[in-house]
Design a protein around this ligand. Structure first.
Ligand code: 5GP
Ligand code: ZN
Length: 120
């Protein structure tokens, strides 16, 4: 783990976050700057910087992150009305934290666009 990774610090409880789910392989916590009423980040405990850094052996882990997103979506009651799961990869996508994470967004109608930011 790199010393300066915010999400590793959250996972290791060195930095505060509102954790809403955790298991052996994944942790989910509220985004500090929510873009929707429900904005949860689902992260692997393993430090993987970006989607491009995935190895063949991580395929199961990425599937698991989506199962966790489903579980959190149900827990936050956005499963019936719908929600969006987003992974930003690299500069043009606006990735600012280089520890792989799924954004789970819901709780209001989301724009019919792939644009990121306040307009998601
Ligand atoms: P990215 O643009 O890298 O996909 O998104 C990173 C997300 O992490 C942003 O939505 C940002 O608000 C969130 N974030 C950044 N720093 C922290 C933090 O210290 N705690 C929490 N809970 N979220 C953070
Ligand atoms: Zn990390």
């Amino acid at each position: 783990m790199p010393d300066d990774c915010i999400f590793c610090k959250i996972i290791n409880r060195e930095l505060d976050a509102e954790i809403v789910y955790e298991d052996e392989h994944a942790v989910a916590f509220k985004d500090i700057n929510p873009a929707a009423p429900v904005h949860i980040l689902v992260v692997p405990r393993k430090h993987i910087p970006t989607l491009l850094d995935l190895k063949k052996e991580d395929e199961g882990l990425v599937g698991h992150l989506h199962t966790v997103a489903n579980e959190v979506a149900r827990a936050f009651n956005v499963d019936k009305k719908g929600f969006r799961v987003v992974i930003n990869c690299g500069a043009d996508a606006g990735q600012i934290v280089f520890h792989l994470h799924l954004h789970l967004l819901g709780g209001r109608p989301l724009l019919q666009t792939m644009a990121k930011g306040r307009g998601v």
